[in-house]
Unconditional design. Sequence first.
Length: 83
Amino acid sequence: MNTYDVEYTDTFGGEANYSWVRRAVIEVTDGCTCKQLMREAKAAMGLSGTRGRRDDCGESLAFIPSGSCSIMFVTFKEVSENE
């Protein structure tokens, strides 16, 4: 299983603003596709069925919902053996 941090926040001027933020941690199976990962992340944030675009930001993936001043980031979480 792979673990990912998910952050959903507002935007201002097209940039993440963080005046409010919702966070979650999701686990997906090894070898899942980006599409499956985004589906799980959107479900965790209550965005299932929401249309938008996905951007690859290098270290993370971003989902920008259409017609909304918000953005969701999905970032791989390194899990240590102590956790």
